[in-house]
Design a protein around this ligand. Sequence first.
Ligand SMILES: Cc1cc2nc3c(=O)[nH]c(=O)nc-3n(C[C@H](O)[C@H](O)[C@H](O)COP(=O)(O)OP(=O)(O)OC[C@H]3O[C@@H](n4cnc5c(N)ncnc54)[C@H](O)[C@@H]3O)c2cc1C
Length: 292
Amino acid sequence: MIKSSNLEIIKNASLKNLNTYKVDSHAKYLIKVLNIEGLKEILTYIKQENLDYFILGNGSNIILDEYLDGIIIKLDGLNKLTIKDQTVICEAGVKMPTLASETVNNNLTGLEWAINIPGSVGGSIIGNAGAYNSEIFDNLISIKVIDKNLNIQELKKEDISYSYRHTSLKNKNYIVLEAKFKLNKGNKEESLNLIKDRTARRKATQPIDMPSAGSVFRNPENDHAGRLIEEAGLKGKKIGGAEISKKHANFIVNTGNATSKDIKSLIKLIQAVIKEKYNIDLILEQEIIEWK
Ligand SMILES: Cc1cc2nc3c(=O)[nH]c(=O)nc-3n(C[C@H](O)[C@H](O)[C@H](O)COP(=O)(O)OP(=O)(O)OC[C@H]3O[C@@H](n4cnc5c(N)ncnc54)[C@H](O)[C@@H]3O)c2cc1C
């Protein structure tokens, strides 16, 4: 394995505290990248050795297999956030709640919804995260990415194809390094009140006190996945340590010792029941990470 002062390398690393399902997963190597130089070094090494790798954000939209026989990269050192007038430049490792609170503290509006997204900016750009009819692309101007030839490129929003919880960036193997946003001038008190209301609403309707990865399925057109799962009588259904939340049927929660296998089995069961009952194919919003 490569050695560098730009990288922190952990062998046979536990990923349990690096995914919000709190699934017990291990990786052959976990590599914390301290700066862009380090990222280039490890990507060069991976290319030379033809190894498998995965970029881990805050692990809040993924289901990790028990053992990942390769390299997990975390962009821990990329966490700079600068605000000048209405322009915000934010590195990929910054957490969404930090982005929300820093912009609100600077009397800027547009990213209040991000306060309840437990992901990183990089992961949220890749999946076009959003809530309350807003999404991260709304206020986006451009992003900086590193491509598979290790060139750093700036992509304008207009050059990226994106839709509901989806972008073309993932398929192109881009790694997001930084995002630039333009926000509107706002009022801190008003934004804080909005945040307070929405946080209370989430607390009342979602099982945020239990490990999960948010909504399991996309909402089918003109309906809600949670409504269908509840109507099908599946709320509270359990496989191993994974349970369909009794509070919100589109959440699977870890009741203590859920494995990725338990979660995946529950997902299959829900999909089969909903297909059988309503002839609807529920599409997974979360990403299953497994290396065969
Ligand atoms: C309680 C709860 C509530 C949630 N509510 C919402 C919600 O309201 N709206 C919503 O949209 N989501 C929601 N989510 C899901 C999740 O928080 C978002 O999808 C979030 O944007 C994922 O970011 P992440 O950093 O955790 O990504 P991860 O889960 O770590 O990774 C997701 C994908 O992004 C890729 N990735 C991560 N960083 C980078 C990077 N820098 N460059 C390239 N690829 C990268 C990964 O390889 C992976 O493919 C919720 C999750 C939880 C647990």
